[in-house]
Design a protein around this ligand. Structure first.
Ligand SMILES: [Zn+2]
Ligand SMILES: [Zn+2]
Length: 146
């Protein structure tokens, strides 16, 4: 999904569920870690974490967009736009937005090593101390492979 397609979706949800236009910009931000999105108070920009569109179906994305639009519309209206505010909780419930984004599936990184002597490949979840560990087949020296 492109930023343009995302913008069209946000505008549609804003009109259908909030009966108000979305006049600012929305973009994907891959630097967001575990949060589904965020609303920037100064610029009124909404940022969406693209990992959630990759890991889940569109109902999760829509739930995240509704959550951010609650911040957006309440903030612009001068109402309580923070998570603890009653107005926020009520509007979120009314439009069916997500309170919390679901946990992303583990992003597992593997460290890879190869035996210099026999070529056997090893994948480990943790970094291996190459001074201590040798190849299990031939006892050769291991080297890290990028
Ligand atoms: Zn929020
Ligand atoms: Zn070996």
């Amino acid at each position: 999904m492109t930023d343009q397609e995302l913008t069209a979706l946000v505008q549609r949800i804003s009109q259908n569920d909030f009966q108000r236009p979305f006049r600012h910009s929305v973009r994907f931000n891959r630097r967001l870690r575990t949060t589904g999105g965020r609303y920037l108070l100064k610029s009124h920009v909404i940022e969406i974490n693209p990992r959630f569109t990759e890991a889940f179906n569109q109902s999760v994305l829509i739930g995240i967009i509704k959550h951010e639009l609650c911040h957006y519309h309440l903030h612009l209206a001068g109402a309580g736009y923070q998570h603890r505010d009653r107005a926020f909780k009520q509007l979120l419930k009314q439009v069916g937005g997500l309170r919390f984004a679901p946990a992303l599936p583990d992003q597992v990184t593997f460290y890879q090593y190869r035996c210099q002597r026999c070529g056997q490949l090893y994948q480990r979840r943790r970094r291996v101390n190459l001074k201590k560990y040798r190849c299990g087949r031939c006892h050769g020296k291991l080297v890290a492979v990028a």
